[in-house]
Write a protein that binds this ligand. Structure first.
Ligand code: G6P
Length: 318
């Protein structure tokens, strides 16, 4: 088992591979026995790479990404906490993605079925004095990132109110999937759901009965969505399956050409190669009383598509 528990980066234990990433910040490497790979930066607890056993990168990172806070790196999976988007007083998507996280010394099993054949790393974020000035809540945020022997990537977040008063927060796993061409992609599992359209002052609409396809900018919050959705990439013949727990919403975003041209950290035409599908608690904040803990989980897997329709009905997907 390549479970990782570190107290000190200068004293690395067998099984944990640490590399120096951008700005000299450590990144932890996870590998599966068959060759899948993931890398997690201590900056933001951000998953910055996830590759399958063929060496194909599954997460998008912009060629113009900026690797220096306060700008969050555009790509991978960033942790949006304690605020998702701009609906609050904090910086966009909260401060957690711009903080240096620590390796968690108090690693503890999540449950009795905890799969020890996973490679995993446990990170922790506690508020700094400056954080407490702008968001005066005492929390501990524990993040476990794991790679299963089959290459599935999972992120488990546990936020605890360690004392003081009740507090509320919103949250998202802001997930940049790498796709062949956004026009060739569709999402199954969000049909007939209500969504708030961020492009039209968060007006509420109801999705049609068809899988979602893309032909212009999309920025929507699908509220109270099912826990399993599939992203089908026709050209790459690949399907991503997203499973979530404790996170009611799914945010779907692609800036399309016009908006992406206004983004300094986005390469020309790269909007075609990305699709953000975020498991989120975006609409209704999560409230924790003193001593309470919340858990929010994301599991991502990818499978070759043999037949690009009705994936959610296939055995093994749900
Ligand atoms: O630029 P970022 O902070 O990574 O956010 C990028 C996007 O994230 C979410 O998906 C939001 O719904 C979008 O409105 C936002 O533009």
């Amino acid at each position: 088992m390549s479970m990782v528990q570190y107290t000190n980066l200068t004293d690395p234990r067998p099984g944990l591979e640490v590399v120096r990433g951008w700005n000299d910040v450590e990144q932890v490497v996870l590998r599966s026995p068959r060759g899948d790979y993931a890398r997690v930066s201590l900056l933001g607890g951000q998953v910055v790479s996830w590759r399958n056993d063929h060496g194909e990168e599954l997460l998008f990172t912009s060629s113009k990404a900026i690797f220096k806070p306060p700008k969050a790196m555009r790509g991978g999976i960033s942790i949006c906490f304690p605020q998702f988007g701009n609906c609050g007083t904090l910086e966009r998507h909260g401060f957690a993605r711009n903080r240096i996280w620590a390796l968690d010394e108090e690693h503890r099993p999540l449950n009795h079925n905890d799969n020890s054949s996973k490679a995993s790393v446990d990170l922790i974020l506690k508020p700094s004095e400056d954080d407490l000035k702008c968001w005066p809540r005492c929390f501990e945020f524990r993040l476990r990132v794991s790679l299963s022997k089959d290459g599935d990537l999972s992120l488990v977040s546990r936020v605890r109110n360690v004392n003081g008063k009740p507090f509320s927060f919103s949250f998202a796993y802001h997930t940049y999937l790498s796709v062949s061409d956004i026009s060739e992609v569709r999402i199954e599992g969000l049909e007939t759901l209500d969504y708030l359209d961020n492009l039209i002052q968060r007006e509420r609409f109801t999705e049609q009965g068809d899988a979602i396809t893309f032909e212009s900018e999309v920025d929507r919050v699908y509220v109270s969505s099912p826990n399993v959705i599939a992203v089908l990439d026709h050209e790459k013949k690949r399907t991503f399956v997203t499973r979530k727990e404790g996170l009611p919403d799914v945010v779907v975003w692609n800036p399309w050409e016009k908006k992406s041209k206004t983004m300094v950290d986005f390469g020309d035409g790269e909007y075609k190669q990305m699709l953000c599908v975020d498991a989120a608690a975006a609409e209704r904040p999560i409230t924790l009383k003193p001593g309470e803990e919340w858990t929010g989980k994301l599991e991502l897997s990818q499978v070759p598509s043999t037949n690009c329709s009705g994936h959610l009905d296939q055995p093994g997907i749900i």
